[in-house]
Write a protein that binds this ligand. Structure first.
Ligand code: GLV
Length: 311
């Protein structure tokens, strides 16, 4: 008989189909009686597959005493309590590296779209406003100071791209990185004070919750641009909305939000913001590769082999 897998939510459809062909997959989100489903799986379900946004509650893991693996379709596993799982001998895997370049591309796309007002220009042409006169001039990315919050794989890939746009780089991270020539700021407020542009590229979770605080955004200032491809939780979203609305912060390009897919209506109403529906890794090649890593980790587990990308 095929081994059981509990699937918390839908992920990239072709790879989900492969998972459902190989295993006896139980769709948690479709179960009318979730407690009954968990009870029926308690003695035999060793694997959960989930997405970055969905994660899995400790109560669900707790209800499956045989659980040994949570395979997550995301690089960020902040929606899974990894420490809690580790203490119970449950491994958590993610999908690093394969998404780095696409996520970094999105950071630059949002940055340019925000500074050069690309969505506004698109509407300007479509709505026939160009026929009545030219669009207003915009700011420029050239020569700007870009501060990267979190210089991991994705932050480093963003930095590499920024150099191609003639920017000056600084970063903040818990510790300075060896062999990195960009200016280091221990304190995110200092980084934001120095920077014209602040890009959040750090992991989510309790350690970075609210790291982009009101003080950081205020330090970035009325000409400042904030880009977030990390997690909504890393920024004080009410403060962000308020400061953008009052002009105390210049512009923002946002791919992630505190309560996805709900975006505060006050943020939706702002003209100085470019929004994306958490799309940074959402390309066909990257989602294919991410799905393959999810499958490979599950296969490795059932084959008794080492996991590929254990967190
Ligand atoms: C996407 O947000 C991811 O963590 O992979």
């Amino acid at each position: 008989m095929k081994p059981d897998v509990l699937l918390m939510g839908q992920f990239f459809e072709p790879k989900q189909r492969e998972l459902e062909e190989r295993y006896r997959v139980h769709r948690y989100w479709e179960a009318a009686d979730k407690a009954a489903l968990l009870a029926s799986l308690a003695e035999r379900c060793e694997v959960i597959v989930t997405t970055g946004g969905r994660g899995v509650e400790n109560e669900v893991m707790q209800a499956l005493p045989q659980l040994r693996l949570v395979s997550c379709f995301a690089v960020g596993v902040d929606a899974v309590d990894v420490e809690w799982a580790r203490a119970r001998n449950i491994a958590v895997t993610n999908t690093p590296e394969v998404l780095t370049e696409d996520v970094a591309d999105m950071a630059l796309a949002l940055l340019l779209a925000t500074i050069r007002r690309i969505p506004y220009g698109d509407r300007f042409v479509r709505e026939g406003q160009w026929l009545k006169g030219s669009m207003a001039l915009t700011s420029s990315l050239q020569g700007k100071r870009v501060g990267i919050l979190g210089l991991g794989r994705i932050g480093s890939a963003i930095a590499q791209r920024c150099l191609g746009f003639n920017t000056v780089l600084g970063y903040s991270d818990p510790f300075p990185k060896a062999d990195v020539g960009y200016e280091y700021f221990a304190d995110p407020v200092e980084l934001a004070t120095w920077a014209d542009v602040l890009i959040a590229a750090c992991p989510g979770g309790p350690a970075t919750k609210g790291l982009v605080s009101r003080a950081v955004l205020t330090a970035l200032g009325p000409q400042g641009v904030f880009v977030n491809i990390a997690r909504g939780s890393v920024v004080d979203e009410p403060a962000l909305t308020e400061l953008l609305g009052s002009g105390a912060l210049g512009r923002a390009g946002l791919d992630v939000f505190a309560d996805e897919p709900r975006v505060p209506s006050a943020l939706l109403a702002l003209e100085n913001v470019v929004l994306q529906p958490h799309q940074a890794s959402a390309t066909v090649p990257t989602r294919t590769a991410m799905g393959q890593i999810v499958l490979d980790n599950v296969a490795a587990y059932f084959a008794g082999k080492p996991l590929i990308t254990q967190v």
